[in-house]
Design a protein around this ligand. Structure first.
Ligand code: HGY
Ligand code: MN
Ligand code: MN
Length: 399
C-alpha cells in the first residue's frame, strides 16, 4: 500500500474547508471565481508545488499539479454550490493530493492532481472540464452568465496566473475521481464504498414566460396574463405527461425562479426558470425535452404568453472504464469485503467530460443521511479514510 498519511489528508481537507466557511456546520460558500475559490486554488497550487508537482492553472482556472512524463490523473473540483458541503469535490481533490504525495514518497507510480473549475455550474454545467474536454467551446463558455448576469469570460479573468494553454490530455493514462455519494444508498445499507458503473446524463435550460404586469387589486382574474400561473400550469402538465416516459430513477427540477417584478401587489409580467432533467438513458432525455418544449408552447399559446427558450446545456450518460473500475472493485473487496457495491451516479461529475479524453472511473464514500448541496453535508472520518485507502490501492495496482 502506498504510504498515505490519513492525518495529513484530513488536515488538508479541514484546511480547504476554511476557504469560504459558511459558519453553519461544516458548510462552505465557495462558488467559482469567488474570493474564497481563488484563495483556495492558490493554497492548493502551493500544496501541489510542495509535493514536487509542476503547477499549471489553465485558461479557465482549473488547477493541475503535473507529474513528470505520463501519469494517472486523480482529482475533482474545489468550487462549491451557492450553499455547499465541505466534501463535494473537495474530497476528490485532497484525496488526489494525498495519493500523489504518497506516490512521490514511494518513488512511484506517477500521479498528477487536478481541481477543475466551475464544476458546480455557476455559469454552465461542469464548465471547466467541459471546456478542457472540448464538450464546450471556450468562446461559447465565455458568453454564459450566472444568475446575476456576470459572464464566464469576465469572471475567469479574475483568476490570477492563468496560462494561455490547456494541459495536453495525452499526458495522462486515465482519471480517477473519489466523491461523496450525495445520495442515501450507502449510508442506509451500512456500506462503505460505491464503485460507479455509470453517470447519468443531464439537460439544463432556462425558459421565460412573458405575460402582462398589472395591478393585483384591480385586474380581474379572467384575462390576466400572470407569468407565475403559466409556470404553475406548465409544472402540473409536464408531471402528468412524464408519467409514462420516466422511471423511478428519472429526476427533474425547477430549482431557480426569477419573477418580475417580484412584488406582492403586482401581477407578475415575466418569469424565468431553470428546467433541469437527468436520466441514464439519452433517448429518454430527448423524449422529455420534446414534452417540455411542446408543453411550454401549449401553455404560452393558450394563455397568450410570450415564450423564450434559453440555450440548452447537456451531457450524455457515460459508462465507466472497465479496467479502472476493476482496480477500484478489487481494492474495495480487499479493504471492505462485502461492504461495497457497484452503483450508478445520479449526480454529475467532471469524470463525464474527462471520459471523452481518457479512461475514467469513480468511487463513492457514504453521505450521512444522503444529504448534499446543503451545509449539513457530511461523512464519517473513518469512511473518508477507507475511501482514501481504496483509492491508493487502485492507483498502485494501475501504476
Ligand atoms: O449537480 C450535480 O450533479 C453536481 O453536483 N454539480
Ligand atoms: Mn461534485
Ligand atoms: Mn455538487
Amino acid at each position: 500500500m502506498l504510504p498515505i498519511q490519513p492525518e495529513r489528508f484530513l488536515a488538508d481537507l479541514h484546511k480547504l474547508r476554511e476557504f469560504g466557511a459558511a459558519g453553519v456546520g461544516k458548510g462552505v460558500v465557495r462558488p467559482a471565481y469567488s474570493e474564497a475559490d481563488i484563495a483556495a486554488r492558490r493554497w492548493l497550487a502551493g500544496r501541489m508545488k510542495d509535493t514536487g508537482l509542476s503547477v499549471h492553472v489553465d485558461p479557465v482556472g482549473s488547477v493541475f499539479g503535473l507529474a513528470e512524463g505520463r501519469s494517472l490523473l486523480v482529482g475533482s473540483h474545489s468550487d462549491s454550490q451557492p450553499e455547499g458541503g465541505w466534501l463535494d469535490g473537495a474530497l476528490g481533490v485532497i484525496a488526489g493530493l494525498e495519493v500523489a504525495r504518497a506516490s512521490v514518497e514511494a518513488g512511484g507510480p506517477a500521479v498528477s492532481v487536478v481541481s477543475f473549475e466551475d464544476e458546480e455550474g455557476r455559469f454552465g454545467v461542469t464548465t471547466g472540464s467541459a471546456v478542457w474536454s472540448g464538450t464546450l467551446a471556450l468562446d461559447k463558455a465565455d458568453g454564459l452568465t450566472d444568475r446575476d448576469g456576470v459572464t464566464f469570460g469576465s469572471a475567469r479573468g479574475l483568476m490570477p496566473g492563468r496560462a494561455d494553454s490547456f494541459v495536453d490530455p495525452a499526458r495522462f493514462t486515465g482519471f480517477l475521481e473519489m466523491h461523496i455519494e450525495q445520495g442515501p444508498v450507502l449510508d442506509r445499507e451500512g456500506e462503505a464504498i460505491g464503485v460507479v458503473d455509470a453517470i447519468v446524463g443531464i439537460r439544463d435550460m432556462k425558459i421565460t414566460f412573458t405575460g402582462e404586469q398589472n395591478h393585483a387589486g384591480t385586474t380581474p382574474m379572467p384575462g390576466r396574463r400572470d407569468a407565475f400561473q403559466a409556470l404553475s400550469q406548465f409544472n402540473t402538465l409536464i408531471a402528468e405527461r412524464f408519467a409514462n416516459v420516466v422511471t423511478p430513477r428519472t429526476v427533474w427540477t425547477i430549482g431557480h425562479v426569477t419573477l418580475h417584478p417580484n412584488a406582492s401587489s403586482i401581477v407578475p409580467g415575466r418569469l424565468t426558470f431553470s428546467m433541469q432533467w437527468r436520466d441514464g438513458d439519452a433517448d429518454r432525455l430527448g423524449r422529455m425535452e420534446t414534452i417540455i418544449r411542446e408543453t411550454a408552447e401549449e401553455v404560452a399559446k393558450s394563455g397568450g404568453f410570450g415564450l423564450n427558450f434559453g440555450p440548452m446545456l447537456g451531457l450524455e450518460p457515460v459508462d465507466m472504464d472497465m479496467r479502472l473500475r476493476g482496480a477500484l472493485e478489487t481494492a474495495a473487496e480487499t479493504e471492505v469485503p462485502g461492504r461495497w457495491r457497484a452503483m450508478p451516479s445520479g449526480a454529475l461529475h467532471d469524470a463525464t467530460n474527462v471520459s471523452k479524453l481518457m479512461p475514467v472511473a469513480m468511487l463513492f464514500v457514504p453521505s450521512i443521511g444522503g444529504i448534499s448541496h446543503d451545509f449539513g453535508e457530511d461523512t464519517d472520518e473513518a469512511d473518508l479514510i477507507t475511501g482514501l485507502r481504496v483509492l491508493a490501492r487502485a492507483v498502485q495496482a494501475l501504476g
